[in-house]
Design a protein around this ligand. Sequence first.
Ligand SMILES: [Zn+2]
Length: 72
Amino acid sequence: MMNLAAKIRAAGESCGRMDGRLAVRKVKCQGCGEEICSDEDLTDVQYVKTKRGSELFFHTGCMENVWKHGIC
Ligand SMILES: [Zn+2]
C-alpha cells in the first residue's frame, strides 16, 4: 500500500509542527481547496500523478470536482 503521508511530506509545504520526529506538511485538495495535512486521517484522500508529472491530492468526495476542472 502506498504511503500517502510520505507523498504529502515530499510534495507539500510545512505545517510548522511535528508528528513525532517527522515534520508535518500540507497540500491543498484540488477539488475544494482545503488543506490536507500529512498527520490527518488520510483514508478519504486520493493521490494521482498526471502524465505531465504533477502530483495531485484530493478528497475522495472531491474527485468529481477535480475531473470537472480538467486538471487531469
Ligand atoms: Zn476536498
